[in-house]
Design a protein around this ligand. Structure first.
Ligand SMILES: Cc1cc2nc3c(=O)[nH]c(=O)nc-3n(C[C@H](O)[C@H](O)[C@H](O)COP(=O)(O)OP(=O)(O)OC[C@H]3O[C@@H](n4cnc5c(N)ncnc54)[C@H](O)[C@@H]3O)c2cc1C
Length: 440
């Protein structure tokens, strides 16, 4: 089939909205069906790192006004990336000019963006195609090949192409590819946000305010920290424009979209938490914060203070799950993108970037088919072939990084730290090894 067709997207998250923007811009008929009306999922409260591939996808898919709004509402890109030990001693500092962090074209740069802001930007201008409060339940294929979606409110919608962009627990995937599985790694992360108030900025080490840092203790756990600094962003002045607070702000500080903060995440295997795996899932935000405080009891005082002064309402437990790579399936007019097919651990910060890359590629191919450049199924097939390749490569890389972070192999960790110190001593080697840092 070439020519005119209707695309139905289940899920108005990062990937689904980006795809919808690109199709709409090209004049392809599209409708998005999103389960929720308000972004109250706790994950929404945290920042997302957009890498140059994600930025390029946004630049290509968004109308120019929305792209500008994205750039204007990002936090500062952040400076050097540091590896430190638990006493906050430097192991390696990777300066901006070593990586593409020095790149000034926003379409090829790194960005720190609030998830809420990103969704506001991605939703802008889609009022006529974005249907909220539409919880997808199942689809049915008719003899003429069209796909009819059934929603929890009893309504239906029909499309010629169905895209499952409904995230890690995708119902589209479960129906379409029941063999595709998602498993628990046994790793748990506790994440929190320390607001960067004037008082906090006085005692928090400059390095923690200026760029991301990875803490590497001797073994068994790790911590990642990254500032989301809005002092140069339009958001610092905005209260209720694009990128300002939305309805979710009434749920508390965690959803306040206009305040600068330092995000931290402590990770270990669930049985390495002092309270035991069972009790871990029963703790509220303050309980999780205090537990994280006990886990880092022997660490540098500033790291302990960072945890201790984090408001409990911003602290969340993240069970770390991953998809299991699957072989390519027979292509039809139903397909999937983003976490719906290749959900990954957050340890490389690339899940959203990969979902954006999917949206960019699928949009290009569908637009080509709509313009008669190739058959529709050939366009979807080509998308799936490439997506399965790079998507599951990202899954494997993220899982390996997660396992290394919580590994009990002290010797392996010591050797890694030794290698980091060697890179510090041999700058050309550092440049060669880390030129692509964050560009996975
Ligand atoms: C702590 C943490 C930090 C992360 N940090 C980063 C980072 O820095 N950089 C990065 O690239 N990635 C990061 N990720 C990963 C990133 O969040 C995801 O990979 C990304 O959001 C996936 O986008 P998506 O569009 O596939 O799914 P989502 O953004 O999850 O969107 C799915 C949408 O589908 C909707 N939906 C679900 N079910 C239904 C249904 N039945 N009917 C209708 N709608 C439905 C949901 O409400 C949601 O809006 C992080 C993840 C975590 C957990």
């Amino acid at each position: 089939m070439g020519g005119q067709f209707r695309v139905g997207i289940i899920g108005g998250g990062t990937g689904g909205l980006c795809l919808a923007q690109a199709l709409r811009k090209a004049g392809v008929s599209v409708a998005v069906y999103e389960r929720s009306g308000v972004r109250s999922d706790r994950l929404q409260g945290y920042r997302v790192h957009i890498n140059p591939k994600g930025a390029a996808a946004l630049h290509e898919c968004l109308p120019s006004d929305q792209w500008r709004a994205f750039v204007d509402t990002c936090g500062s890109p952040g400076g050097a990336f540091g590896f430190v030990d638990e006493q906050f001693k430097d192991l390696l500092v990777i300066e901006d000019d070593v990586t593409s962090g020095a790149e000034r074209d926003p379409a090829r740069s790194h960005h720190s963006v609030s998830r809420i802001t990103l969704h506001q930007v991605l939703s802008a201008g889609l009022a006529d195609v974005l249907h909220l409060d539409k919880e997808f339940e199942r689809y049915e294929r008719a003899e003429d090949g069209t796909v009819t979606c059934h929603f929890a409110d009893g309504t239906t919608a029909t499309a010629d192409v169905l895209v499952g962009a409904d995230g890690a627990n995708s119902r589209v995937r479960r129906q379409y590819l029941p063999e595709a599985r998602r498993i628990d790694t046994g790793i748990r992360a506790i994440a929190g946000k320390l607001p960067l108030t004037d008082e906090v900025q006085r005692w928090l080490p400059r390095r923690m305010q200026d760029g991301p840092n990875n803490v590497l203790p001797p073994s068994g756990c790790g911590m990642f920290m990254a500032p989301h600094d809005l002092s140069d962003s339009l958001l610092s002045a905005a209260a209720n424009s694009v990128g300002g607070n939305d309805e979710s702000a009434r749920l508390g500080l965690h959803f306040d979209n206009t305040t600068s903060y330092l995000m931290w995440a402590y990770a270990a295997n669930q049985d390495a938490f002092s309270c035991g795996a069972t009790q871990l899932s029963t703790l509220d935000g303050s309980g999780l914060r205090d537990l994280a405080g006990r886990q880092v009891a022997g660490w540098h005082p500033d790291l302990r203070r960072m945890v201790a002064e984090t408001p409990g309402e911003t602290v969340t437990l993240l069970p770390i799950r991953t998809s299991v790579p699957v072989n390519q399936w027979d292509t039809t007019n139903v397909t999937v993108l983003g976490d719906a097919i290749h959900s990954m651990t957050p340890f490389r910060g690339i899940g959203a970037n990969t979902a954006l890359r999917d949206a960019q590629l699928l949009a290009r191919n569908l637009i080509d088919a709509a313009e008669g450049g190739r058959e529709l199924l050939a366009a979807i097939r080509d998308y799936e072939t490439q997506m399965i390749d790079y998507g599951f490569a990202a899954v494997r890389l993220s899982l390996r990084t997660a396992e290394q972070t919580v590994s009990n192999n002290r010797l392996g960790r010591s050797m890694f730290k030794f290698a980091l110190r060697v890179f510090t001593l041999v700058p050309p080697l550092k440049r060669k090894v880390f030129a692509d840092l964050g560009n996975d």
